[in-house]
Every structure is written in C-alpha cells, then in structure tokens.
Design a binder for this molecule. Structure first.
Ligand code: FES
Length: 94
C-alpha cells in the first residue's frame, strides 16, 4: 500500500530492508544502506555513482526488474526493489 503522505519509505536493496526519508534518491539510499557499489565493469572492477547528474552512467542498477536504471536520477518509492550487480535480484513480494 502506498501512502502519499509518508515521510519515510521502505525499500529493499540487495535483499535488505531499508528505510529512507521521502525525497531520497536511490544513489543516496545505496550509500546509507552500505551497498558496496552499483555494478561492475566488463573487467570486473567495482563501480559506484560518480557524477550524480546522469552523465557518467556509473550508477546503473536494477530497479523493480528494470536493468540499467540511473540511481542518481531515480527517487526512492515505497516497496521499491533495488539490486546492484553484486547480487542476484530477488523480490520478497508475491
Ligand atoms: S552518478 Fe553519474 S549517471 Fe548517475
């Protein structure tokens, strides 16, 4: 159930439940959740948000099953499921 007046939102990042303030972007939620990064390069090097303005593409994650979403350009939503490249995405919702 989505509460439009909620001041806090609950999402899942790499299988862990996280609570953030409304208006938080996914890139910030990843940092607050202690996620180790966003993805890995083709050579296996860890990557993380760099520019914070939609240019570098280093913050790409899978959000609600959609790959290559920019974490720095996406607001957190109630019930959102975010997965970095470090883990296989699973949802707890049925
Ligand atoms: S941090 Fe550069 S595009 Fe998101």
């Amino acid at each position: 159930m989505i509460d439009a007046d909620a001041t806090h939102l609950h999402l899942t990042i790499d299988g862990r439940s996280v609570e953030v303030e409304a208006g938080t972007i996914v890139a910030a939620a990843l940092v607050m959740a202690g996620a180790g990064g966003t993805r890995t390069s083709v050579s296996g090097q860890p990557r993380a948000a760099l520019c914070g303005m939609g240019v570098c593409q280093e913050c790409r994650v899978t959000i609600d099953g959609r790959a290559h979403m920019l974490a720095c350009q996406t607001l957190c939503r109630e019930g959102q499921v975010v997965c970095t490249a470090t883990l296989t995405c699973t949802t707890t919702d049925n």
